[in-house]
Write a new protein. Sequence first.
Length: 396
Amino acid sequence: MIGKWFGSRSIITMSIYKAHLNKRIIIVGGGVIGLGIGWQLAKAGCIVSIYERNLAGRAASWAAAGMLAPHAEVHFEERALLKLGVQSCRMYPEWVAELETDSQMNVGYRAEGTLIVGVDRDDARELEHLYESQQLLELKVEWLTGIEAREMEPLLSPKITAAIWSKDDHQVDNRAMVGALTHAYRNAGGTLHENITVEKIEIVHGKAKGIWVKDKLEEADTIVLAAGCWSSDIDGLPETVKPPVRPVKGQMLALQMEEGIFLQKVIRAPRAKYPTDVYLVPKADGRLIIGATSEEMGFDTRLTAGGLFELLRGTWEAVPGIYDLPVIETWAGLRPASRDNAPILGETDVENLIMATGHYRNGILLTPVTAREIASLVLTGETSDTIKPFQLSRFV
């Protein structure tokens, strides 16, 4: 059974599994990353407690759109991150099957693919550069004319001149996944503490001993720091171990799709002339998620007229039919971004302190690979080649 949980990491022996039955794990942060790690460790027999400053999964995990898009969001200079994203995306069908079985909940996994569209000639030229990079990286994508793109998604604007079809970029309902992970984690025996702020991580002689909450020390054998953009704000961490993670604001909104105006595929519309690229993510319940701005505004989550205007303008130019759809929700989230926009995973110079933070725009995408790899690290003490490039030490 342990081999099933960790896929190719089936070298984990039953003796190692039994040795960790009573291992006490504290996870700081209850988003999808913390919940996913906790669920896997609780299933493996560990005594797991998650401490979340608000409600579980109601920060970046809730604010996301749920896209699983390593091919569409590729940057040529981020090959290691691309490899990690593709690996995690391929894990999703098995991950979803396990999660839905353990939680008895549907997480809205959809595999219709993604269309990246160019509204005008400038956008088409930008798409050509993206397509060239994707070809050099040997990604399975297809170049389409505007007519071919509209055959796949008839609601696209007649102004669309070109598109890239990425059949392997999928999506999940991130809010449904939050609920499923919470249930699966608790069903596996994990303890969830919500609305509790971790005041300090207790470190003695270079070794993490526990956390301080409500003036009480809660001891643990291993502490996993998965607190998103708040990860560097927790007291007790030496300066050399504070993860370089900052908040990046993203404004978003949701429309209610109606009969005759129902998208099937994820649409991405990078705009060469405007400050904000947009994406449209249709959900099974009829919501159309539209995002997102990218703003260096600290912990400010206020919505702005300009931010929402840019999103609606970009959306309308790509899919004019949205004009009369009702707006049902607006919100802003804080993405946890590291200095190089890649996650921080693995051991630190502090013994028994493990990082799982800084996932930036890829938290939902990277949940399966992060959860499996960090859980395996906790159980075996071995850092796999998968996460070695993403350790905190790369910033030293």
